[in-house]
Design a protein around this ligand. Structure first.
Ligand SMILES: *[C@@H]1O[C@H](CO)[C@@H](O)[C@H](O)[C@H]1NC(C)=O
Ligand SMILES: *[C@@H]1O[C@H](CO)[C@@H](O)[C@H](O)[C@H]1NC(C)=O
Length: 327
């Protein structure tokens, strides 16, 4: 194996997993409810052109924005589902009044303005931080049922990233209102009344790394209000849900939600020295191999001059023959 091949394999092995971790740092559990848009709202799809949300499928590509600079681009649709039941709801320019949209730097409820129509509601989540509809309005997959207050874009970003990390691990059922039920014996009987607390704690965890309350409130929510068919998934994915996250994050939801210390100088130092060590070892090994080869070649040259038989039968030359000649 060539040195450069060996090097690139090693470097990929070392840098890549670490790069992946620092990239996806935070996530969340998003739980919202009337996080809905009208099935009739128009969006632009990469190959289908301008179509209604109700005509979208998972995997379609629509317009959206991402990152601190709200860069516009194409985004894969991760989840588009009609709300269960045939009930119609009033939407304003395609949004329920409490649906959170983005204007300039603020993430806030759309409100009761524009054209009011009765429509079927859809959940729409993409890989981007927000989607953009055909009218140019950027919108989130959440509503004020989950986070009651206006958020700045910089507050919203880690929240959404955390939600995406959780939903991509568990599935998108957090967005379904029928995934939850009221429980008379629970501390908070109405599940919707837990959402604001969960948003607050999610923000605290995803932005500041203070996660114990978040871990506890999510456990309570899952164990007292989540449909058993989804609860088993959550328990399976997070076997230590509700655990002491200061002791160990392993198996907790916090493990996905808490920001990783990506700019930790000690980490850079550790990774840097590990890479340097590996390089030194490889170079030393390569030098040793080369020296051994040179020595062997010198010895072989000497053997060849002595072993005239090799000239006569080059095709059947074997190490054993050479060794036999000289033993
Ligand atoms: C409201 O609906 C009318 C008629 O359907 C349309 O002409 C107008 O552009 C709509 N306004 C908005 C903000 O979508
Ligand atoms: C309702 O909440 C209680 C805790 O108070 C819990 O033990 C029980 O399992 C919950 N009910 C259901 C059906 O999950």
């Amino acid at each position: 194996m060539s040195l450069s091949l060996m090097l690139s394999m090693l470097i990929t092995g070392i840098i890549f997993p670490w790069g992946t971790i620092s990239q996806d740092t935070i996530t969340i559990t998003k739980v919202t409810i009337d996080n809905c848009v009208s099935g009739g709202m128009q969006v632009e799809e990469l190959t289908k052109g301008t179509i209604a949300v109700s005509q979208l499928s998972n995997g379609d590509i629509i317009r959206g924005i991402r990152g601190a600079d709200r860069v516009h681009g194409w985004c894969r649709v991760e989840a588009v589902y009609p709300r269960k039941g045939n009930e119609m709801f009033i939407t304003y320019d395609g949004f329920t009044a409490d649906h959170m949209v983005i204007d300039a730097d603020a993430v806030h409820a759309y409100g009761k303005k524009g054209n009011a129509t009765k429509s079927r509601l859809y959940t729409l989540a993409t890989e981007c931080d927000a989607a953009v509809n055909a009218a140019g309005q950027a919108f989130t997959p959440i509503s004020t049922a989950f986070c009651p207050h206006e958020l700045s874009w910089s507050e919203y970003l880690p929240l959404m990233a955390a939600i995406r990390r959780v939903t991509s691990r568990t599935g998108y059922f957090w967005y379904f209102s029928d995934a939850f039920f009221n429980n008379e014996t629970a501390r908070v009987p109405e599940w919707k009344n837990m959402l604001h607390d969960m948003c607050t704690e999610l923000l605290r965890c995803a932005r500041k790394g203070q996660c114990q309350k978040f871990e506890k409130v999510v456990k309570e929510f899952v164990h007292e209000h989540m449909n058993p068919k989804y609860r088993v998934i959550v328990d399976h994915m997070f076997p230590n849900i509700g655990g002491d996250v200061e002791k160990s994050e392993t198996g907790t939801i916090t493990e996905l939600v808490r920001p990783q210390e990506k700019s930790n100088p000690l980490l850079f130092l550790a990774v840097g020295s590990a890479v340097a060590m590996v390089l030194i070892i490889i170079i030393a090994a390569a030098l040793l191999v080369r020296r051994a080869r040179v020595t062997r070649r010198a010895k072989t040259a000497k053997d060849l001059t002595q072993a005239t038989i090799l000239k006569l039968r080059p095709k059947t030359w074997r190490h054993e023959d050479v060794a036999a000649q000289h033993s």
